[in-house]
Design a protein around this ligand. Structure first.
Ligand SMILES: C[S@@+](CC[C@H](N)C(=O)[O-])C[C@H]1O[C@@H](n2cnc3c(N)ncnc32)[C@H](O)[C@@H]1O
Length: 193
């Protein structure tokens, strides 16, 4: 209950920050370049995201910098989805504004992690602030490939073992400065039981 509220507040603060930054992108750029990018590089490195991978971010936000940086740095085929239509519109503009390299593969679309078909993706990210987490995990379990690599961004003070269903194996936890972490998961197969 408290964890859900904290998640909601963290998500909300990001959403507000991203909405505001859409109108004043310079400060956001400084934060993204100096704080977010090193974290994303760590995620890429540990999950070994590469050109042949199809990556999806559930909850890409108004500023889909995570999806964008992954597309640019790895060459992977990237999709960012969001349930908020305004965020989708802003995110499409963000990509148009920053995409310089025509070979960068990134698409933004409306979509809900609760029921979006994830079967075509090798790497699935669940962003901080994603709602209906139980249903999102259920959907990952139902539709994702058995060997999909999953990155779940979590608020570090809440133990992911109390949030992530037992259907998943926690492979690694990457702790980041401030209040959050990336929990690397895979689907639990019979041989892991
Ligand atoms: C923290 S923000 C965006 C993350 C950030 N832009 C990044 O690059 O890491 C989280 C976003 O998740 C979206 N969201 C929440 N629940 C969702 C769901 N079930 N499916 C898809 N998007 C969702 C919200 O609308 C919000 O825009």
């Amino acid at each position: 209950m408290v964890e859900k509220l904290a998640r909601k507040l963290a998500g909300l603060s990001f959403i507000i920050w991203e909405y505001i930054s859409t109108y004043s992108p310079n400060l956001a750029e400084v934060v993204i370049n100096n704080y977010s990018e090193p974290v994303i590089r760590k995620e890429i490195d540990v999950v070994k995201i590469k050109k042949e991978d199809k990556f999806i971010q559930i909850g890409c936000g108004s500023m889909p910098y995570t999806s964008f940086i992954i597309a640019e740095l790895t060459g992977a085929d990237v999709v960012g989805i969001d349930v908020d239509l305004v965020a989708v519109k802003n995110a499409k503009k963000y990509v148009q504004r920053y995409k310089k390299n025509p070979s960068t593969r990134i698409r933004i679309m409306f979509g809900d992690g609760v029921n979006h078909d994830l079967s075509g993706f090798d790497v699935i990210m669940v962003s901080l602030g994603v709602e209906a987490l139980e249903e999102v995990f259920e959907n990952i379990m139902k539709t994702a490939k058995s060997d999909a690599r999953i990155i779940f961004r979590n608020i570090s003070r809440y133990d992911p073992r109390g949030i992530v269903p037992e259907d998943f194996v926690i492979k690694k936890i990457l702790r980041h400065p401030f209040f959050w972490e990336s929990v690397i998961l895979s689907k639990r197969l019979n041989r892991d039981a």
